[in-house]
Every structure is written in structure tokens, then in C-alpha cells.
Design a protein around this ligand. Sequence first.
Ligand code: NAI
Ligand code: MG
Length: 347
Amino acid sequence: MALIALLAGDGIGPEVTAEARRVLEVLDLGLTFEEAPVGGAAYRAAGHPLPPETLDLARRADAILFGAVGDPAFDMLERAFRPEQAILGLRKELGLFANLRPARLFAGLEDASALKPEIARRIDLVIVRELTGDVYFGEKGRRTTTEGLREGNDLMRYDENEVARIARVGFETARTRRSILLSVDKANVLETSQLWRDVVVEVSAGYPDVTLSHMYVDNAAMQMVRDPGQFDVIVTGNLFGDILSDQASMCAGSIGMLPSAALDSAGKGLFEPIHGSAPDIAGQGKANPCAAILSAAMMLRHSLAMPERADRIEAAVAAAIAGGARTGDLGGTLSTTAMADAVLAGL
Ligand code: NAI
Ligand code: MG
């Protein structure tokens, strides 16, 4: 019997993970759920965004279903105590370096996409984002210069092993799809990106069946809007992947539709919507639960070896969307629970 750590977190996190859990329970998969506080909720309860008990549960569990963290009430806390440190800490402590972020347009969502319908329909890509390095985890500092100016710095760094292992995930992912891999960097300006490009090219020798190309991140952002249909798998660093995946979400209709998996080298993972805690709509029953439900499907596929159940959930979401079910972010009026009901109807 698989143990699922349910870390709901803040804002809309508890609202959307409750619906994902409901979907999993209906499928009667023999999962055991254990909950623990994380983020601002954990800071309130235990004085720390990632309490030792929560980290312990995450380590013990077979998989982690995560909501979102972030609470404006804690924006003035020093960085170590901010809710967002919980998700960064989980990724780092558990070695969850490989972030898979699929983006496709569910039929019927053309009107919700920021793109023209005929262009939007072509989006079907996976962003493979490195998750435990880059400027998020490099040395950070604040100081006052001799001229009396306040200064901040964040070190962007990668070593070759970190690049090589995420590159391999990129190539492996491409192999399961159309075998086209795009590596996104800023090698015209950044040393880290030049290393990145060198190592990706070296790793490509082991994948002669995958077509590799490179693009600067600014061009990639432009191309994503011009014609996302040109992309199959994109492998990139932590910062660029963060930004490009939010952008991809609007091409695919809404940030409320995009799930993600964060995997370690053994396939254990944390599964979460790509969105945050959405304080502007929290507690109002307005959040779209599809990203969380689709994250649960990714959990079944990647960590629990139940790919056919994952397919069923994804098909049920597609059927609900095709049948016209829409939360506010998709231009509709359904509540979080009613949207999940529409998905459940398809199961
Ligand atoms: P956000 O993703 O929470 O919200 C951005 C916009 O999208 C908001 O207008 C929100 O209402 C909307 N939105 C997000 N998810 C939605 C859903 N499921 N259904 C309908 N609308 C949805 O990003 P924002 O506002 O930049 O950040 C809010 C907080 O979340 C911050 O504290 C941030 O640090 C945190 N955050 C946490 C993440 C995580 O836990 N992994 C990821 C991103 C942000
Ligand atoms: Mg983000």
C-alpha cells in the first residue's frame, strides 16, 4: 500500500489538493494519505516553513502530492522563514532535480489561450527544468557598498554533473515523444550557459536518435508565443524553466491547467501544479483544480507505476473540458468542487 505525503500548503493549495485526493480516492488505488503542514501554514503552526516532521514524512512517503506555498502575510520575513523556502528545501533535501512540465492545449480551450486558435492548437511540449541549482541555490548576499548603495547578489552556478544529469532526462524524455530536444540557454552572455551548452552537446553523443538544437532564452520566449508547435522537449536551467513554463501555461489556456513532476534519480517524486498559492482568489472556491488533478495523474505514472490510471484521469479532465466545464480562469463560472465533479463524472 503506497503512502502519499499530502502537503497542501497555503492559499488555494488546500482547495486544489483536496480535489486531487478525491479523484484518487474514487479510483480506489489502495493509497494511504498522510498530511503535514508546509509553508506559511507550517510557519504559523510550528515556527518554520518546513518543519522536521514534514520533511520526515516526505522522505518516508512513496510520493508527495504538493499544493502551493506562499502567503503575503509573511512577505516581510527574512528569506529563511518565508513559505517559499519550504518548496526549495524539499527539492534540495530530496534531490528532486528533474522537473517535468508538460503543456498541451485540451480541445475546447482555444478561446482561453492567449494565442490565435490555430496556433494554440499546436502546443504540445514538455519543459524539462533543472530544479536544484542555478541562481535559486547559488550564494546570495546583501551589503552596502563603500558608496553607501544597497546591493544584492545571487550567484548563478552549475557544475558539469548537474548539467549532464538534467540533459540526460531531456534526451530520455524526448525519446518517449517526437525525439526533438531544444536546449535553452543564454550562452552569448553567461559562463554558466556556455558550460551548459558544452555539456549538453557532450551528452548528445549518447543519443544519436534525438535531434538536438539550441536557442537563447529571449528568442525561446518569443518563439513560444509565435509558434509553440515547433517545440517537443525543452531542457533548460532553473530560472529560464520557471519563466518559460508560466508563459507556456497561458499558451495552453491557463496556469490552472498545468501539472508538474519533480523527480529524483530513482524516480521518487513530488507532484504539484505549476501555479502558486494565488492569494487573490484563495478561500473563494474559485481555483481551477485541474493542474492539481493532472499532477496526481503524473504521480501515478512516474512514481507509482500506474500509467493506465494516469491515462484515465487525463482523459476525464479532457472530457470535462470538452463538455464545457470551466472555472473562472478559463472564462467560466464553476467552483473548484464543481469542476472536480465534472472530472469525476468522466471517471
Ligand atoms: P500564482 O501562480 O499563485 O498566481 C498567478 C495568477 O494566476 C493569479 O492571478 C492567480 O489567481 C492565478 N491562478 C493561479 N493558479 C490558479 C488556479 N489553479 N486557478 C485559477 N487561477 C489561478 O503566482 P503569484 O501570484 O506570483 O504568487 C503567489 C504566491 O505563490 C507567492 O507567494 C509565490 O511566491 C508563491 N508561489 C509558490 C509556488 C509553489 O508553491 N511551488 C509557485 C509559484 C508561486
Ligand atoms: Mg513559477
